[in-house]
Design a protein around this ligand. Structure first.
Ligand code: CA
Length: 407
C-alpha cells in the first residue's frame, strides 16, 4: 500500500513521507531554542512537540541537537522513523501533529549535530584521474595505491559550517610556477568540491574494525558537502602530507540529514572494479553500498554540472571499513565525505578545476561573464535527489555558500 501524507503537497515534494530528513531549527519568536525538525513538504515538523502532542514525549526528540538520537542506535532510529511516518500519514494524528508544523521558509537551520572527527575521501576515479593529470602532468594519473585502498585524509571538524554560512576567501602561501619563492596573499584559485557526507551515529569499539556488513549499524544518515578548496594553496603545500590550509578554512554541509533507511531504494551496484580488493574491502557478493544519488551544482543560479554519485569507485561502506581497519574507532558525530563526485563526462565534474580544466576553459554564465575559479560574491549551490520508495524522489535539500572577500 502506498503511504500518503495528510499534509497537502507533501507527496509531490522531495521531502515526502518516504524521506523524513532530520535537522535542527529555530524560529524568530524563539531564537535561542534549538529544536529537532523533520522536513515534510514545505514545512518543518517540530518533532519533540509533536511527540508530546500525541502522548509519547521523547527526550531524544526534545534535544537541541541530533546527537542523542544518533547515539541511540539503529533499532531506535527505526522506531522513531516508524512513529514519525505514522504521525504524518494517519488522519487520526493530523489535528494534534499539524499544530506543530512550521513553514520551512520561516525557520533558521543550524548545524544539526556536533561534528566529532571529519575525514574526507577521494573515491571518484574520474576525479582522481583528472586531478592527477592536472597536478602531476606526464605521470600516471592514478597513484599506485588508488585502486587498492580508499584514499582519505583527516580534515578539520571545527570549521564545518552549515549551509548558508558565508565563506571568507582564504589567504595563504602559493608559489607561481615561474617564481623562485612563494608569495603570500588571498587565494586566487578558490574552488568547490561537491561531495556526499556520511554521518556516524553508533560509535564503534576501539581496536575493533567495522566490517562491510555492519556499515548500516553505525551510519545514521547522509548529507551534502561542499569541500571548498584553494587550489593555489593546495598545490604548493600538499606534498608529502596531503591537504592542509588549502581545505581547512571551511567545509559546508547541508542542514538536513537524510536517514540511511530512506535510501534503501537508491542502492545500486558500484561500477566494476578492475583490481581485486583485499578481503576487508571486497564487497563482491555482498550487499554493496553503491547509491544512485544525482547531484547538481549551480553557480550564481546557473546549472554547471550534474555529477552522478553512482559512478563512485569506492563506497561509503568500504571507506568506513578502511577508516577502522587499523583499530581506529568512530564516534557519534563523525563525518566522512565521499570525495569530489565526478562522472565520466565533462558536464558531470564536481569541481571547477575539472570543469574549466585548470582555468583553460572558462565556464560561461548567463550574464555574459565567465569563471575559471570563484570570484568574491559568487554563490555556489549543490543539491541532490535519489530514488525513494513507491516511485518517490528523496531530496537532500541544498548546501549553499557565498564567497566573501579575504580579510
Ligand atoms: Ca574533497
Amino acid at each position: 500500500m502506498t503511504l500518503r501524507s495528510w499534509l497537502a503537497g507533501a507527496d509531490e515534494s522531495t521531502f515526502g513521507v518516504h524521506n523524513l530528513p532530520y535537522g535542527v531549527f529555530t524560529t524568530a519568536d524563539r531564537p535561542g531554542e534549538r529544536r529537532i525538525g523533520v522536513a515534510i513538504g514545505d514545512r518543518v515538523l517540530d518533532a519533540g512537540a509533536a511527540a508530546s502532542a500525541v502522548g509519547v514525549p521523547s527526550a531524544l526528540l526534545e534535544a537541541p541537537t541530533l546527537g542523542p538520537l544518533m547515539a541511540a542506535g539503529r533499532p531506535t532510529w527505526r522506531s522513531v522513523r516508524h512513529a514519525l511516518t505514522s504521525w504524518l500519514t494517519q488522519s487520526g494524528y493530523a489535528k494534534a501533529v499539524a499544530a506543530h508544523l512550521v513553514p520551512r521558509s520561516e525557520v533558521s537551520l543550524h548545524l544539526p549535530f556536533d561534528v566529532a572527527d571529519y575525514v574526507d575521501f577521494y573515491a571518484s576515479q574520474h576525479h582522481a584521474a583528472n586531478l592527477g593529470r592536472l597536478f602531476r602532468p606526464g605521470q600516471e594519473p592514478l597513484t599506485p595505491n588508488w585502486k587498492h585502498l580508499p584514499i582519505g585524509y583527516h580534515g578539520r571538524a571545527g570549521t564545518i559550517v552549515v549551509s548558508g554560512t558565508p565563506i571568507v576567501r582564504p589567504a595563504g602561501q602559493r608559489k607561481p610556477a615561474d617564481a623562485a619563492r612563494p608569495v603570500f596573499g588571498a587565494s586566487q584559485r578558490l574552488d568547490i568540491e561537491a561531495e556526499v557526507g556520511f554521518v556516524v551515529g553508533t560509535p564503534s569499539t576501539p581496536g575493533s574494525p567495522v566490517g562491510l556488513k555492519t556499515f548500516s549499524e553505525h551510519v545514521f544518515g547522509v548529507c551534502l558537502v561542499n569541500d571548498w578548496s584553494a587550489r593555489d594553496l593546495q598545490s604548493w603545500e600538499y606534498v608529502p602530507l596531503g591537504p592542509f590550509s588549502g581545505k581547512s578554512f571551511a567545509t559546508s554541509v547541508s542542514p538536513w540529514i537524510v536517514p540511511l533507511d530512506a535510501l534503501e531504494h537508491a542502492r545500486t551496484a558500484p561500477p566494476p572494479r578492475d583490481v581485486e580488493p583485499l578481503p576487508y574491502l571486497d564487497d563482491r557478493g555482498e550487499d554493496a553500498w553503491g547509491l544512485d544519488i544525482s547531484l547538481e551544482i549551480r553557480l550564481n543560479g546557473h546549472s554547471v554540472s550534474r555529477p552522478p554519485f553512482a559512478a563512485m569507485y569506492w563506497t561509503a561502506a568500504q571507506q568506513l571499513a578502511h577508516l577502522t581497519v587499523n583499530g581506529a574507532h568512530v564516534r557519534t558525530g563523525d563525518l566522512f565525505a565521499s570525495g569530489t563526485v565526478s562522472g565520466p563526462g565533462p558536464d558531470s565534474r564536481g569541481s571547477l578545476i575539472e570543469l574549466t580544466w585548470n582555468g583553460q576553459h572558462p565556464v560561461g554564465l548567463p550574464d555574459g561573464s565567465e569563471r575559471t575559479f570563484l570570484q568574491d560574491g559568487d554563490e555556489v549551490l549543490v543539491t541532490a535527489t535519489a530514488p525513494g520508495a513507491c516511485g518517490s524522489r528523496i531530496g537532500f535539500g541544498e548546501v549553499i555558500g557565498r564567497v566573501s572577500p579575504a580579510r
